[in-house]
Design a binder for this molecule. Structure first.
Ligand SMILES: C[S@@+](CC[C@H](N)C(=O)[O-])C[C@H]1O[C@@H](n2cnc3c(N)ncnc32)[C@H](O)[C@@H]1O
Length: 356
């Protein structure tokens, strides 16, 4: 039997800046305890104590996660977890700006697929959530033309600044960028003709709440479309590096449903969340394409090393000899994907769509 304990109701004073007295709670007879708290003051030790030995603990802000109590260090409230994801994305802004044109080319086919599935045409008003450095919003601005409107939102300030610079350089008047997270979109109800997100939903603190908020700002009957990665094993763009890095720098196994690029790799998982959020006519399709980069293997390695803050930290922590050996193995793996004067990786995504 699972039981829910709302810490906010059982604590007398859960103010953000004071420590909170957690009452002792009997969990006798429960096999799982779900503990909700909007305060970060609830310590992991307290959460585990409250759940009882061997039971499951979820310490979140209303998300829906259960961790084994035997792995308490992995427990982190969803909002704090999301703040780390966003700060890491923002710290990577100069790198995304540096590689922007290459990244645009690599994932251009995904933008086109979303444009098609979300029915974006000339004159549409479109919201791009988790736009990062401005894609696919900037591409969509070309499609909707001067009579259309595109807004890209992302909580990572550094990335939004990159997107704004690009829009200004291109003299685009029909696209703008706002700093905002999916949980609180600064738009009225029933505003957009389409809402899309490329590689964003997997990082939302609560995907179901995020999708509900996206449905709120969508006009009735209009579509939303999301692109997420299919399995790691189907994506050499990721696994050529990840498998080797994991061998040299092993990481603890991720708790289920923690925000990460492969959170929705299992077919049906995001589709059911989109349905649960209230969308109609929900569909999912496998999308195969090639990630093409006009780079030598060595330059592609440099791009991939730059890619994410966590990866940079893991590589930097390796002893020099291990780093040299790792790099050699990764370059060998990349060589299997050399095509012409660049590299080309077969890739698989799931595109999930629904209507308001
Ligand atoms: C992999 S990037 C995708 C960027 C871009 N859409 C693209 O396809 O290149 C994931 C993005 O999700 C954003 N993100 C993380 N949490 C978010 C939230 N709660 N609401 C909206 N976006 C979020 C991050 O800041 C980051 O820019």
């Amino acid at each position: 039997m699972a039981s829910t304990l709302d810490v906010n109701k059982t604590t007398l004073a859960s103010s953000a800046n004071r420590s909170v007295e957690i009452p002792r709670v009997s969990t006798t007879g429960l096999t799982a305890t779900r503990i909700f708290s909007s305060t970060t003051m609830l310590s992991i030790r307290d959460a585990v104590r409250m759940a009882g030995s061997g039971r499951c603990v979820a310490l979140s802000d209303g998300g829906d996660q259960l961790w084994p109590a035997s792995h308490p260090r992995r427990i982190m409230p969803r909002q704090r977890q999301n703040a780390q994801v966003v700060s890491s994305a923002s710290n990577s802004a100069p790198i995304w700006e540096k590689h922007r044109e290459i990244i645009r080319e690599m994932f251009g086919p995904v933008s086109e697929a979303l444009i098609e599935d979300a029915g974006v045409i000339s004159g549409s008003s479109v919201l791009d959530v988790a736009t990062g450095h401005g894609e696919p919003a900037l591409r969509i601005a070309e499609v909707v033309g001067p009579t259309g409107e595109v807004v890209g939102v992302d909580p990572a300030v550094g990335l939004i600044e990159v997107a704004r610079r690009v829009a200004a350089q291109r003299l685009l008047k029909n696209v703008r960028f706002e700093v905002a997270g999916v949980d609180s979109l600064p738009f009225p109800d029933d505003h957009f003709d389409a809402v899309i997100s490329r590689f964003g939903v997997m990082f939302f603190p609560s995907p179901v709440n995020g999708i509900r908020e996206m449905l709120r700002v969508l006009k009735p009957g209009r579509p939303m479309s999301f692109a997420v990665w299919h399995y790691l094993d189907n994506n050499p763009f990721h696994y050529c590096l990840a498998r080797i890095v994991d061998r040299f720098s092993p990481q603890p196994e991720l708790p289920p449903d923690v925000p990460n690029p492969f959170r929705f790799a299992t077919p049906g998982k995001l589709r059911s969340i989109v349905g649960e959020a209230g969308a109609r006519d929900v569909s999912e399709r496998l999308f195969r394409f090639s990630i093409n980069a006009p780079l030598t293997v060595e330059d592609f390695w440099n791009l991939r090393c730059d890619w994410a803050e966590k990866l940079r930290q893991r590589l930097a922590a390796l002893p020099t000899e291990a780093f040299i050996e790792l790099k050699k193995e990764v370059l060998d793996a990349f060589r299997s994907y050399v095509k012409g004067s660049g590299v080309s990786f077969p890739a698989e995504l799931l595109i999930v769509s629904g209507k308001k």
